[in-house]
Design a binder for this molecule. Structure first.
Ligand SMILES: Nc1nc2c(ncn2[C@@H]2O[C@H](COP(=O)(O)OP(=O)(O)O)[C@@H](O)[C@H]2O)c(=O)[nH]1
Ligand SMILES: [Mg+2]
Length: 219
């Protein structure tokens, strides 16, 4: 990369960081806990969030923002849980940024919410550098992706607060080595909390809900 391009990129990221700080202050002032989800396409973010919204909704005022290049499909799936949901269509952009979050929140009263979930565009590269003002960044990795992905895409893993290994109902057929996956995740992000779950069978799901509730209550 030439110095000029590096400079422009740095300015963009700085602008994003300032706006993300503004968002974070606004969320804190309104008492909204914000969790963002990142993963490769198809790791199970929408399925996990749909079930999360459904299970939290009786006791918490939850909402979601979901980013994709095109279509409203994920927003339609998440809306089935009965929570307010907005889709952010990024066009050709491979990540969400703070400005998109700010725009998508337009017209929503943060005081009416307890928790906001953000599903980022499915991608293990671009979303890593963009702070969205979230309290918790969760990276998902499914058992069919290969245990080496944390080593190949370290930035997305070492900027996350929690890692979830998804689709553990398929661990056997995928010949998934959980020990190796955990080792590789902690190689790039020492000490990170790692959960294993299946949205389909519900195995491990309670631990995820407990984690979210305790992080939200602790903030
Ligand atoms: N076996 C299995 N498949 C899952 C699970 N969760 C999601 N899937 C499937 O994985 C595919 C991608 O899920 P989706 O939620 O759209 O992933 P996203 O692209 O990360 O939002 C879909 O076919 C889901 O039905 C799970 O716990 N077990
Ligand atoms: Mg999705």
């Amino acid at each position: 990369m030439s110095p000029r391009i590096v400079e422009v990129r740095r300015d963009i990221l700085k602008k994003n960081d300032l706006l993300a700080r503004e968002l974070r202050d606004g969320f804190a002032a309104a008492g909204v806990f914000v969790a963002s989800m990142v993963s490769s396409p198809g790791a199970g973010k929408t399925a996990l969030l749909e079930e999360t919204l459904r299970r939290l909704r009786p006791s918490r005022r939850v909402a979601a923002l979901v980013g994709d290049l095109a279509t409203e499909r994920d927003a339609e799936r998440l809306a089935r849980a009965g929570a307010p949901v907005r889709q952010i269509s990024t066009g050709t952009v491979c990540h969400l940024d703070a400005e998109m979050i700010k725009g998508a929140l337009d017209g929503w009263t943060l005081d009416d919410l307890d928790m906001l979930f953000i599903e980022n565009v499915g991608n293990l590269v671009c979303p890593a550098s963009y702070d969205l003002g979230e309290d918790l960044r969760v990276v998902l990795m499914s058992v069919t992706e290969g245990e080496d992905k944390p080593l190949k895409y370290p930035t997305i893993f070492n900027t996350a607060d929690v890692a979830i290994i998804t689709k553990i109902d398929m661990a056997g057929p995928a010949r998934f080595d959980a020990g190796a996956a955990r080792h590789n995740i902690r190689e790039v992000r020492p000490g990170i909390e790692i959960l294993e779950l299946s949205t389909f069978t519900g195995d491990g799901f309670d631990a995820w809900l407990q984690l979210i509730a305790s992080r939200a209550d602790a903030r």
